[in-house]
Write a protein that binds this ligand. Structure first.
Ligand code: ZN
Length: 685
């Protein structure tokens, strides 16, 4: 029976692009689930959008010297485009800075306020007097009271996932100035989670939520068992949704209060556009609400948001929250700040038209029940050994042979033997097998069943050898090719949730759109999909081999990140002994241009340069040959210490010194005046 679903995917935070951890944890599984629901005839709203409020945005804006709006505009656009290019099929991708969201979140807050669902309290909060700023959320760092992690944020510890109040932190420090905060009185509105404890116990622990994933259920249970306390849902900040009640001046809604309401406002925006009623998707008991999130968001989606929805009173509650664990990269935790990630926009450039390869690699190795590791070698193996060697190879054989033997026309089968019967029975069972895995949120297992179907096809062809029987038994060959074409056709249909780009190509090759009724998931379980005499098209490569050099390039990128990080954390050399101004003014430093450069014979490190110093053209021997090719530096502007006493190096007199430094990767670079208006010979003082 068709059903109505509201599927939400965690709102990505707009302080950076999407990386593979986000994709594996949330967006790829959510997209597989949604595409599957649509294919099986359900009414689905697939909702997401950018989360644009909160402290990290304001911190980043301050750092870059731009406005918070500039930051969110930039990343909203990058994120939205890369999702589209990657084939994540949202019905609506909205943003929390949109007016419809501000209105929806304000209204939600007011309803709870009017229903006396908040506790209003003047309390002492952490305050940084130097920065003139209350310290909530990421403005404060300290020791987690639960696990002892010394870098916990004010609202959440990323190590143990605990959500707490900033005043709970042990040894708090301001993230702005590094100062130890003082306490200052301020008024806030609190959501009394303790008041909803019984409801949450009944709903989750005694209710039917035992079918939630063990990692999700376990975390929620431990939270409830620890006892719930009131949580402040407002903040003393200027970036966010203004608190819409009296006394709320200068305060905004806590980002975790407004963000989940973003699912509702994005649904409203979509429904208005599509001429639908949004309330069907949020207030009708027949609708199933499913939140796809990463494990760091469990508490917000399983405790705080349901408590908010319950307090409001007119909304449905989530049916399931299939949160994934974390994905690591090459054995290390993914990190935006350390640039230890595979960024989606980069992937789309480095591997054009290979979206399905990453979708498949992330699904086949998804962190569904435990943290998992993404390695480029595994990515290459998934492509070369499975997508190319099994799926692609099978399709290629079927299409090439059909064109070769029958000019692209599906042949008419004659008698089926027992092997054909078994193969067709197995084929028709696949839709139910894959459905069952998807409906239990086991996408990894589902992707492997899809590959097993391609294996079935490969084995069938290898056993029946139509390329041999074509010479001896034409009728048998027709039956074999007919059966193989049915497997190819089912693969086209059943691969759509996992490999949407490949599925579209394959449907096109097989001419699905030209059939009387276009094959779908249900038909694949009930009948053979391609009738005799149907004409298929020419082959087209579905997957191509990924070479070692491509993988090495990616590993080199990561190695560069590692180096840059090591360098950033390297102890800075201590300052040298103090000098007088007179000492400094003895140095004669000039702007110059390199005119000639040659390697010093029989040395590794030395280059002999001719440099125009503005005063004269002189010879300088410089130990930079390992970092620069001579021909690459001719014409470079450099800074030269010109009054250094000449000295002979390997018999060549060096008359000065070129000033050098290191870039963030540890490579030598010139200290150079980029401005061409600066004439050679000008003094640097
Ligand atoms: Zn902790």
């Amino acid at each position: 029976m068709p059903k109505r679903y509201t599927i939400t995917a965690a709102l990505p935070y707009t302080n950076g692009p999407i990386h593979i951890g986000h994709l594996a944890g949330v967006y790829v599984p959510a997209d597989i689930y949604t595409r599957y629901l649509r294919l099986t005839g359900n009414d689905v709203a697939f909702i997401c959008g950018s989360d644009e409020h909160g402290v990290p945005i304001t911190i980043k804006a301050k750092k870059e010297g731009v406005s918070p709006q500039d930051i969110v505009d930039k990343y909203h656009s990058i994120i939205k485009t890369s999702f589209e290019d990657f084939g994540i099929s949202f019905d609506n991708y909205s943003r929390t800075s949109a007016k419809i969201h501000h209105d929806t979140a304000s209204e939600f807050f007011k309803t709870l306020y009017d229903n006396n669902e908040f506790v209003e309290e003047i309390s002492e909060q952490l305050y940084d007097a130097e920065a003139n700023q209350f310290l909530a959320d990421r403005f404060v760092v300290g020791t987690c009271p639960k696990c002892g992690n010394e870098e916990s944020y004010g609202d959440q510890c990323e190590n143990c996932g605990t959500s707490h109040n900033a005043t709970d932190l042990i040894n708090p420090k301001s993230a702005i100035t590094g100062n130890v905060p003082t306490l200052k009185e301020t008024k806030h509105w609190f959501l009394p989670l303790n008041k909803h404890e019984q409801f949450l116990k009944d709903w989750i622990l005694k209710g039917h939520k035992k079918d939630w994933k063990p990692n999700v259920y376990g975390q929620v249970k431990s939270w409830i068992d620890d006892g719930l306390r009131p949580r402040a849902v407002t903040r003393d900040l200027d970036w966010g949704i203004p608190v819409p009640v009296e006394g709320g001046e200068g305060k905004v809604l806590y980002v975790w209060f407004d963000a989940p309401i973003g699912y509702i406002s994005a649904t409203k925006e979509w429904a208005a556009r599509e001429g639908k009623n949004w309330e069907d998707y949020w207030k009708n008991d027949d609708t199933k609400l499913v939140h796809f999130i990463g494990k760091d968001n469990i508490v917000f989606h399983c405790i705080i948001f349901p408590a908010m929805l319950k307090a409001e009173g007119s909304y449905i509650l989530p049916e399931n929250v299939p949160a994934n664990e974390f994905l690591n990269l090459e054995g290390n935790k993914l990190s935006t700040s350390k640039n230890w990630a595979v960024w989606l926009p980069d992937y789309l450039v480095d591997f054009p038209n290979q979206q399905d390869v990453l979708r498949y690699a992330l699904t086949a190795n998804a962190p569904e029940t435990k943290d998992n590791d993404f390695t480029w070698k595994d990515f290459q193996a998934r492509n070369n050994n499975e997508l190319v060697a099994i799926f692609g190879n099978f399709i290629n054989r079927v299409v090439v042979l059909t064109n070769k033997y029958y000019d692209g026309e599906v042949p008419t089968p004659s008698d089926y033997n027992a092997i054909d019967d078994d193969t067709i029975a197995a084929l028709k069972a696949y839709p139910a097998v894959i459905s069952s895995s998807i409906e239990r949120y086991r996408f990894r297992e589902a992707s492997q069943e899809l590959m097993n179907l391609a294996r079935l096809g490969n084995k069938y062809l290898a056993d029946e050898e139509p390329w041999k029987t074509i010479k001896t038994d034409e009728e048998r060959t027709k039956t074999v090719m007919f059966t193989a074409l049915q497997i190819a056709s089912s693969l086209a249909v059943l691969s759509e949730p996992f490999l949407p780009f490949t599925s579209a190509k394959l449907k096109n090759i097989l001419g699905h759109a030209q059939l009387e009724s276009e094959p779908n998931w249900k038909m694949a379980s009930e009948q053979l999909l391609l009738p005799a005499h149907h004409k298929i098209g020419k082959g087209e490569l579905l997957f191509s081999k990924i070479e070692d050099t491509q993988i090495q390039e990616q590993l080199d990128k990561l190695e560069a990140s590692k180096k840059a990080n090591a360098l950033a954390h390297k102890a800075v050399e201590p300052q040298k002994e103090e000098i007088t101004f007179d000492d400094f003014s003895k140095l004669d430093i000039r702007v110059g241009t390199i005119l000639e450069a040659e390697k010093m014979p029989k040395t590794k490190k030395l280059l002999v340069l001719k440099v125009d110093t503005g005063i004269d053209t002189r010879t300088i021997v410089s130990g930079i040959a390992e970092s620069f090719k001579p021909e690459a530096i001719i014409g470079k502007r450099v800074t030269v210490l010109v009054n250094l006493a000449p000295r002979a190096l390997r018999g060549v007199e060096s008359q000065g010194m070129i000033l050098m430094t290191e870039d963030s990767n540890g490579n030598l670079v010139f200290v150079n005046p980029d401005n061409k208006e600066v004439a050679d010979g000008l003094k640097i003082s």
